[in-house]
Design a protein around this ligand. Structure first.
Ligand SMILES: C[S@@+](CC[C@H](N)C(=O)[O-])C[C@H]1O[C@@H](n2cnc3c(N)ncnc32)[C@H](O)[C@@H]1O
Length: 338
């Protein structure tokens, strides 16, 4: 499925048919939301392959395998933010599980965090434009679909929440308005779009510009969001109400000692962002150097003027240390009422 142009992928009609059959067998409630004609038609077009797959296989120049390793090693690292996002999904009046389309779903982290935290009443469909990531999601027992953010393959009015999180900046600026329109189309009345990213000028943008772009094997030159930009997408797509707000979304690691928890954060960031050049230059202490860099960048000024920075806390009942790098995300919530 990897095309000759390296990170460009192809995903054809036969691959789509295979995935749809699997979805029908394992998750009929999610399969019922897919428009098979839309899916097959898109797969025919996608055979040309114009998507640059940064999260593809190593052999194709991607950094998907180290990304997946990071999430598998520390499922709790971003669980606080994910839990908050899922708490915003409206419960259904018919008491059936609310269908959440995780548009940038990767290897199914959101679904796996929901399971690990015992969040009930949700049925998450993991979607991604990268066939490699969708394959990893299936391997982790997460029902999954290859789909582009700006071309949802779902039926009109079929889902309760469209979650676009942990990578919205990867969606090209010219595709973002269409993403919001598509989200509005597929939501039922009462459904929500949750569009999550990081603000222009935030520590996260500095991290991407100063660390991920120069040191990762794929680079990372993407535009982040402004509040006004997000609000514009909601209103132009027709959402009847909504807001743009901020939320805490830290990186967390826990271990027997404070030092080990800190190093675990470093390992997580090294793998999550595929910081191959740091590993190459500092093979003996790449994790240490990475977490030290992160500590200088992830420092947030609170509204009262105080500084929120790296912290380590001891839990005497569990006898563990938890290290936290604070991070603030921006979140646009669009509500479809009619
Ligand atoms: C940073 S990963 C997030 C994965 C997962 N949600 C997590 O938090 O670990 C971003 C994912 O978005 C996918 N992606 C990027 N651009 C996309 C697009 N236009 N449409 C659909 N998926 C896209 C990538 O392939 C990647 O798997």
């Amino acid at each position: 499925m990897t095309g000759p142009a390296g990170r460009h992928v192809t995903f054809g009609e036969a691959d789509m048919t295979e995935h749809l059959n699997r979805l029908g067998r394992t998750a009929p409630d999610l399969y019922a939301c897919v428009d098979p004609a839309r899916a097959r038609a898109w797969a025919r077009l996608a055979e040309a392959g114009d998507f640059k797959d940064d999260f593809g296989a190593d052999g194709a120049g991607g950094r998907g395998s180290s990304y997946i390793r990071a999430q598998g090693r520390n499922l709790a690292a971003r669980a606080q933010g994910i839990h908050h996002l899922l708490s915003l999904v409206p419960a259904r009046t018919d008491r059936r599980p609310a269908v959440v389309v995780d548009v940038l779903g990767g290897d199914g982290l959101v679904r796996r965090v929901a399971d690990a935290r015992g969040l009930t009443g949700l049925s998450v469909l993991t979607c991604d434009a990268s066939p490699y990531m969708v394959g990893a999601a299936w391997a982790a027992h997460c029902p999954a679909l290859v789909q582009r953010a700006d071309r949802l393959l779902l039926r009109d009015g079929s889902v309760d929440a469209v979650l676009v999180a942990y990578g919205s900046h990867h969606i090209a600026a010219e595709d973002r308005a269409e993403l919001a329109h598509e989200a509005y189309r597929v939501l039922r009345p009462g459904g929500v779009l949750l569009l999550h990213d990081f603000l222009v000028g935030s520590p996260m943008e500095t991290w991407f510009q100063d660390v991920v772009d120069p040191y990762s094997r794929t680079g990372h030159a993407f535009d982040h969001f402004s509040r006004e930009e997000m609000w514009g997408y909601l209103t132009k797509a027709g959402f009847e109400s909504g807001e743009v707000t901020e939320m805490a979304d830290p990186y967390v690691a826990t271990a027997a000692t404070a030092g080990e928890a800190e190093l675990e954060l470093g390992r997580y960031l090294l793998d999550m962002y595929g910081l191959a050049a740091i590993k190459r230059r500092h093979p003996a202490d790449a994790a240490r150097r990475t977490v030290e860099l992160a500590k200088t960048i992830f420092r947030d000024r609170r509204a009262d003027g105080s500084l929120e920075a790296f912290s380590a806390a001891y839990d005497p009942s569990a006898r563990t240390w938890t290290c936290t790098l604070p991070r603030t995300a921006v979140l646009a919530i669009g509500r479809k009422t009619s």
